[in-house]
Design a protein around this ligand. Structure first.
Ligand code: ARG
Length: 435
């Protein structure tokens, strides 16, 4: 009997039988909670650290953490038998917009309030988790609604992945991260607009004040914004340096949206931690990223959605036209970056396309040059490192959070199996079961 329960029994004067029975069941409940150990068995386990497949693994879990990788049945009160399945660490998507909706782009989006978007985020978070994404980095949300969503998940109000969030993206006046849809008299401006080194530093401070875990900065134009040129640099090197200095001084990482080569190179020189999209990265960018350890997060699946479904979702014709000139090149540059050995994570831009389809990108990452193991590492251990969460997530290892997923069959033979994740556990709790 645990010490707490023992002393509870001693110091309580129990009179009636009913009271005794009640106390006994409380003690029993407490005892079973305190010693609840779950053992998971499967056919195989993808070891993303050792870069190998482990046959017939067992994973012992207690209090939400992995406590052993070679336990036996006798040690566990619950056994989860995943015969026929392969276990993997819960995966990490490094670029999502959890409060964004794939069916609301362009002018359609203007009719949705931030509050409504936040509530929709709750549904999106659950879908994301059930698809096997147990951690997600949210890069850009108005009004700090992603901070609220992260906190609601952590406090157990909403079911979703553990989230690392940026709050509003920093961007220049009229740039990719501003709202350029309305004429002057509406005075529409996004929450993260700042110009000049001091203004951007101030917004870094503000975003940290209101709960940001990471800073998102828009270094170049983009596809989905009105009136921006996708390849053109927007923030100057000086401004980017100011963002990075301020964030790093506070122990916070910086993710830079950057499509064009000049903006990518400036962002790397400024010291950002990840380059998002990296569509037109050139030889110099590849060299610099490798040298500085800047991590690329290239969303190479989303182009299929934008060109296939984008028009009816409200994406502007000018954006469709930009995408036609971006998606293909980005995929070829992904291949070059993989070949050159630049560090990579999986970032999808889910929210532009439907939440829950995040892991469709893995098969494209393999199609464009990665081995299945490389793609899975990009979506797990590599991401955990960038998040400074290597002690806690990113692999099935003793001491880490019990974030585990399973697929039927061997994903190293067929990476598309990740499009049908049948079992999901987060923090030791089963949120989706194989039966
Ligand atoms: N949010 C990004 C932008 O608007 C999406 C880019 C999508 N296209 C692509 N090929 N990755 O710029």
């Amino acid at each position: 009997m645990p010490r707490f329960a023992n002393s509870l029994a001693q110091c309580t004067r129990v009179h009636s039988l009913a009271q005794r029975a009640l106390l006994a069941s409380i003690v029993l409940l407490f005892t079973s909670f305190a010693s609840a150990q779950t053992l998971i068995k499967a056919d195989a386990l993808v070891d993303v650290v050792g870069k190998r497949l482990i046959q017939e693994p067992t994973v012992l879990i207690e209090d939400g953490r992995i406590t052993s990788l070679n336990a036996n049945d006798a040690q566990a009160s619950t056994i989860i038998d995943l015969s026929g399945h392969t276990l993997l660490p819960g995966l990490i998507d490094m670029h999502v917009h959890m409060t964004g909706s794939a069916d609301e782009h362009g002018y359609k989006r203007l009719a949705t309030s931030q509050t409504r978007a936040a509530l929709r985020g709750a549904k999106n978070a659950e879908r994301t988790l059930l698809a096997g994404v147990t951690s997600a980095r949210n890069l850009g949300a108005p009004g700090f609604i992603d901070v609220a969503l992260r906190d609601a998940i952590n406090e157990g109000d909403v079911i979703g992945p553990r989230m690392f969030v940026s709050g509003p993206s920093l961007g220049i006046t009229g740039g990719h991260c501003d709202n350029n849809l309305l004429p002057y008299e509406y005075q529409a401006q996004s929450d993260g607009v700042a110009d000049g080194p001091w203004e951007v530093a101030k917004l870094v401070r503000r975003n940290i004040k209101y709960g940001a875990d990471v800073i998102k900065v828009c270094a170049t134009g983009g596809v989905l914004s009105k009136g921006t040129k996708v390849g053109v640099q927007q923030y100057s090197l000086e401004e980017l340096k100011s963002v990075v200095d301020e964030a790093h001084r506070r122990g916070i990482t910086v993710a830079a949206h950057a499509h064009g080569a000049e903006g990518i190179n400036a962002a790397i020189q400024a010291g950002v931690d990840t380059i998002e999209h990296a569509s037109f990265i050139d030889e110099e960018g590849i060299r610099l990223a490798k040298k500085n350890g800047t991590v690329l997060s290239m969303d190479i699946y989303v182009t299929e959605f934008i060109l296939g479904e984008g028009e009816k979702a409200g994406i502007l014709e000018e954006s469709l036209e930009k995408e036609r000139k971006t998606g293909g090149t980005q995929r070829e540059n992904f291949r070059k970056a993989v070949q050159a050995g630049v560090p990579m994570v999986m970032g999808t831009d889910a929210g532009v396309y439907p939440h829950g389809d995040n892991l469709y990108q893995l098969s494209r990452m393999v199609e464009f040059g990665m081995t299945p193991m490389q793609a899975l590492r990009a979506a797990s251990i590599n991401a955990a490192k960038v998040l400074n969460q290597e002690e806690n997530i990113g692999s099935v290892s003793v001491g880490k959070s019990a974030d585990l997923i399973a697929v039927k069959g061997n994903p190293l033979d067929n990476i598309s199996l990740l499009e049908d994740v049948v079992f999901v556990m987060k923090d030791g709790e089963v949120v989706k079961s194989a039966e």
